[in-house]
Design a protein around this ligand. Structure first.
Ligand SMILES: N[C@@H](CCC(=O)N[C@@H](CS)C(=O)NCC(=O)O)C(=O)O
Length: 235
């Protein structure tokens, strides 16, 4: 049975972390709002009862309805048999996926430092200030953390030769950073070699290669989480 993925149809956003996992591990899913519409998603979400997802992405798998990207990925990974087979290691992967979620929230808050609901144009001064700190302190702190974790297994993936949900997510993070901060990422090339290795290895997974070459793959844009504003990437 196909899993329903509900996410905003026009941006990669957090939905892309779920899409990439499904494509890499050949999980049958239907991208519901892209087949229907954003309005259909809002109506669907509001029609749910009980413990409801707070925000997209969320999935429906029969009776199971869950939101929160790391939880979705952990659930799918377990269900489809793509964990490590050891509880401690799987908890480590979930911990990394939660670190990624924290980082993604920080990436968004660079261009929206004051409020989610205001336009970027209304908070540009604060964004400019925040971006300098984010580039100098936060990106290296997170990326070195992920790089060290890959180094421990020898790479190219977080578990060595076996890809996991963390790898497809870290690939998306690296692609997003290259899009949003091209000057900075070029300057820092070589500082996180294992992550760069992972970024090169994930597109070699067959399902990912096909997906990246397809029209299904959504481009980054200034409507999403990873946005390129030249002034936020300035020296
Ligand atoms: N922690 C959640 C965050 C979900 C989230 O912020 N979703 C965004 C789109 S990427 C949204 O639609 N938020 C609506 C809102 O916060 O009101 C996750 O990782 O899935």
């Amino acid at each position: 049975m196909s899993i329903e993925l509900w996410y905003w149809p026009d941006i990669p956003g957090r939905g892309e972390f779920v899409r990439l996992f499904c494509e890499a591990f050949e999980v049958d899913y239907t991208d519901m709002a892209r087949e229907q519409s954003a309005d259909a998603m809002v109506e669907h979400m509001h029609g749910l009862s009980g413990i409801r997802p707070f925000a997209p992405p969320y999935i429906v798998d029969g009776e199971v309805i869950i939101g929160q990207t790391p939880l979705i990925l952990q659930y799918l990974s377990d269900k489809e048999g793509h964990g490590s087979g050891e509880m401690e290691t799987d908890l480590g992967l979930l911990q990394l996926q939660l670190d990624i979620a924290d980082f993604v929230e920080e990436v968004h808050s660079v261009h929206h430092p004051v409020a989610h609901d205001l336009y970027y144009a209304d908070q540009m001064d604060a964004a400019f200030e925040k971006a300098a700190y984010f580039r100098a302190q936060r990106i290296p702190k997170y990326l070195i953390h992920f790089d060290n974790a890959i180094a421990a297994s020898g790479g190219p993936f977080m578990l060595g030769q076996q890809p996991s949900h963390v790898d497809t997510s870290l690939f998306q993070v690296m692609e997003g950073l290259d899009y949003a901060f091209p000057r900075y990422m070029k300057e820092m090339q070589g500082h996180w070699p294992h992550l760069e290795g992972l970024q090169g290895a994930v597109p070699e997974i067959e399902g990912v290669a096909d997906y990246l070459a397809s029209e299904q793959r959504l481009e980054f844009s200034e409507d999403g989480i990873f946005r390129h504003y030249e002034e936020l990437d300035e020296q």
